[in-house]
Structures are given as C-alpha cells and as structure tokens.
Design a protein around this ligand. Structure first.
Ligand code: RIB
Ligand code: CA
Length: 320
C-alpha cells in the first residue's frame, strides 16, 4: 500500500471556467498543498464569460487562502464556433448559492496563453500536469503558437466528453467539448498524454442529502460555501435527469490526481466530432477496440462515490 511518502507531488496548472463545480475543484486542490504544487490558475470563457470566470477563480483563490497563486485570464471565446455559455446551470454570475463579490487580489499581468507557452516551454521534460476543467481553448492556442511546449507536459487530465452516458448539452455531447471541440482536437492531435474524466464517471459520483450534510457539518467557511454552491448547482441536473443527486464534475479531476484508485477506466482510441450537425462535439471512445486504432487516452468509466465525498470533505476541512 503506497503511503503519503510515496506520493510524487504533482506540478500543476489548473485551467478552468468557474463555474460551480470548478470552484469546488479549486478549493479541493488548494487544500492539498503536499500533493499538488499549484503553479497557477488559468481561466477561459465557458460556463460564463471570461470576466466572470476570472473573477470567480480569484474568489475561489481567496476562499482557499492561496493568494500567492497567480490567476491569468485567457481566451474570451472558442477557436472557431460561436460562443455558448451555461448561465442556466451556473447562474448569471457563474457561481450559484453563495454571495459573489469583487475579490481583493487582482489578476496576474499577462494572458494565460502566453503564460502557458512560457511556462511549459521552459519546463523540465514531461514535468507539468494540467487539470483541464473547461473548454480547452487556452491550451490549444498555446500549442498552435508553440507546438514544442508539449515536451513540458506530463499529462492533461480533462473533465469532458461522454460516451456511454450520452451528453448534457446535446443528446451526445458534453458541455466542455461542445463549447470548443476544435480546441479539444488540437490538444488530442498534439500527442500529449490525456486522461478523460467524462460524464460516464461523473454521473456516477453524485451528491446526496447525507453527503451534502457531511460537507455542511464541517463547520468552516469552506464547508458552508461548498454546501451552498452544490445545494443550488445540483438542482438542474437532478431535475433534468431525474437523479437522486447531482455530479460535481470538475472535482473528480482533482480527486483522480489525489487518489487515482478511486476510479477505473481503460485506454481507448478517442475521436472528436467537429462537423456541424447533430453530433457536433461528440466524443467517441472506442471502449471495445473496434477501430483497431491506437488506444492513447485513459478514459475513466467508474468511481467510488462515497470515497470521493469522504476525500472532498477531508480536504475542505483543512481550509478556513
Ligand atoms: O459538462 C460539465 C462541465 O462543463 C464542467 O466542467 C462544468 O463546469 C462545465 O464547464
Ligand atoms: Ca468547468
């Protein structure tokens, strides 16, 4: 059994479109200093417009007590398609269930894409992990500008996609992929090591009254904030899918980084549909190897829901 001493700290950048579940993921990551060396947060338009995703990332940073972590704003729109947003799920401010205000600490100077190019371009080979919690536009632009930066990336862990589960923004497409499939294709084509955390697994790791009560019972600000956010955020999915609870999509990326054994999946060949039409943004995971094409993406398909919420609660308890 590996113990904490065996855990290699992860040199981490989080690219995100906060977003209710993004904020939960950010707090979980910021509470895990020993395992996750968070270099920076880079923001992208997605759930809401860039000004609000960037403000919300700064808010999460304040709530996580990590003002030393720079927040760089990135792409205000997708590579090709017309922008879409998800205010209907995350609210007009992109953060439901809690008071939203202008945080004290500002954005870092400079654009997220330039930060990614400079940081990944000068990093040790295969040293930096990217947690990709929104549309993949920033990393795609960085790879287009400087393809050689792929050498500095250890792996990109993507919340996105859907195969067995079906989509959440169309019958077949998941929001992050649908919001910028061309960017996801650029990242896939770069050959970087990819782990996908799709709806196939996030829709199996659901809140419940007891799990939300577990978080509220922490008795600290972080517990109160996450309880307020999730209690509001999960309503849309519970109603839409008739589920007993809602997914905390992005936080499963952080949980996988911290405890990969909570999840299971397999290496698959992945393709992404960028054609206009009913399957735009669909991810096709070749789970049974039918294509005979190289399986180069780890596609997660199952997860230990209680183990996830126990880990989330334990990490939130570390915060103020
Ligand atoms: O489909 C869920 C994903 O889209 C999550 O990352 C959520 O924050 C939204 O960005
Ligand atoms: Ca997100």
């Amino acid at each position: 059994m590996a113990n904490a001493a065996d855990f290699q700290p992860v040199d981490l950048i989080i690219d995100t479109d906060p977003g209710a579940d993004d904020v939960v993921a950010l707090l979980m990551a910021m509470a895990s200093r020993d395992e996750l060396k968070l270099r920076a947060i880079t923001t992208v338009a997605g759930n809401v417009r860039l000004d609000k995703t960037s403000r919300n990332a700064r808010l999460a940073r304040e709530w996580g007590g990590r003002q030393e972590v720079p927040v760089y704003a990135g792409a205000p729109r997708p590579l090709v398609r017309t922008p879409i947003y998800a205010e209907n799920v995350h609210g007009a401010e992109g953060l439901p269930g809690v008071p939203v205000y202008e945080p004290a600490a500002p954005l870092a100077a400079g654009n997220a894409v330039d930060y990614l190019v400079e940081t990944l371009g000068s990093a040790e080979p295969q040293s930096i992990t990217i947690a990709m919690l929104g549309p993949q536009t920033n990393l795609a632009l960085a790879l287009i500008k400087a393809p050689e930066i792929v050498h500095g990336i250890n792996q990109v862990v993507v919340m996105g996609g859907a195969h067995f589960n079906g989509g959440n923004i169309t019958p077949v497409a998941e929001f992050n992929l649908f919001a910028d499939p061309h960017a996801a294709q650029v990242v896939l084509d770069s050959g970087v090591r990819l782990v996908y955390v799709p709806l196939d697994v996030t829709h199996k790791v659901l809140t419940s009254e007891a799990r939300l009560a577990q978080i509220a019972a922490l008795g600290n600000r972080a517990g109160q904030l996450v309880h307020g956010i999730l209690d509001e955020y999960v309503k849309a999915d519970m109603l839409h899918y008739g589920l007993p609870g809602g997914p905390v999509h992005d936080a499963s990326v952080i949980a996988w980084l911290l405890r990969p054994r909570l999840f299971s999946g397999r290496e698959v060949h992945l393709s992404i549909d960028t054609r206009e039409g009913p399957t735009f943004g669909q991810t096709i995971a070749d789970w049974y190897g039918k294509t005979g094409l190289p399986s180069r993406v780890l596609w997660l398909q199952d997860g230990d829901a209680q183990g996830f919420f126990d880990l989330l609660s334990e990490r939130l308890a570390r915060l103020a």
